[in-house]
Design a protein around this ligand. Structure first.
Ligand SMILES: Nc1ncnc2c1ncn2[C@@H]1O[C@H](COP(=O)(O)OP(=O)(O)OP(=O)(O)O)[C@@H](O)[C@H]1O
Length: 227
């Protein structure tokens, strides 16, 4: 059997440890995500969803436990190895688009490819083909401020997929949109994820959206439980 794309083993994470204002957020969180699996993450506000996603995406390190991506243990790997794995294997989408305001939609999608060593013409061609897929071919030259909220978020999806990651980590990817737009934009995200066959861990407060995923994990009292 192929390695899981993401394996979280007994993750522990706290802030201000050993001090009076200590907060223990993760207390042994474990999960396995198989290739191609799309998993929802439901957590009450403040339960540690962002902390978990940052550790899973190698943006932060756990106090204890292991994170393996595509079979490689990364929790205690060098910064250089973690950055290389993150760039090659992981895409991120947040609640707010975080697009660079002075760049066009296509340029925003080209940036991570250039950082990963692509040549500009190829990066721009891939940006255009991703924009085609999300119905924004005609918006390639628009700056983020000239796009609607739903369009900005669709560009952010393209940027997350620019380097063809194997794992998408999304933190309330449509949480900033009105319900109708959220539904339509979420459908675009799911189509992109399913078409590429990538795995995804998608945090949402929306139970209807969570119901469209293969399964759902809940983060409760610092551990992950099947929903
Ligand atoms: N740098 C930090 N220093 C101290 N406490 C922190 C820090 N970052 C997060 N926390 C605390 O850890 C807990 C989990 O935070 P986290 O941002 O992971 O929650 P969340 O589930 O993503 O919340 P929300 O859904 O409201 O965004 C919270 O109680 C938060 O106050």
């Amino acid at each position: 059997m192929s390695d899981p794309i993401l394996r979280l083993d007994g993750l522990e994470k706290g802030y201000n440890r050993g001090k009076p204002n200590e907060v223990l957020v993760l207390r042994g969180a474990s999960a396995v995500i198989a290739p191609g699996e799309v998993v929802g993450l439901i957590a009450p506000s403040g339960a540690g969803k962002s902390t978990l996603l940052h550790i899973a995406g190698l943006l932060d390190t756990p106090d204890a436990g292991e994170v393996s991506i595509a079979g490689s243990a990364m929790a205690r790997a060098s910064d250089r190895a973690r950055t290389a794995a993150r760039r090659a294997l992981v895409g991120f989408v947040y609640q707010f688009h975080h697009l660079l305001p002075e760049f066009s939609a296509a340029e925003n999608i080209a940036v991570p490819q250039l950082a990963h060593g692509a040549a500009k013409p190829e990066a721009m061609a891939r940006a255009q083909s991703l924009l085609d897929k999300v119905g924004l071919a005609a918006r390639a030259d628009h700056r983020p401020a000239a796009l609607s909220g739903g369009e900005q978020q669709r560009v952010a999806f393209c940027r997350a997929l620019a380097n063809a990651p194997r794992l998408l980590l999304a933190d309330e990817p449509t949480g900033n949109l009105d319900p109708e737009t959220s539904d339509a934009v979420f459908a675009v995200l799911m189509t992109l994820v399913r078409e590429t066959g990538m795995s995804a861990l998608i945090a949402t407060h929306n139970h209807d959206l969570a119901a469209r995923m293969d399964r759902v994990l809940r983060l409760e009292q610092g551990i992950l439980v099947d929903s």
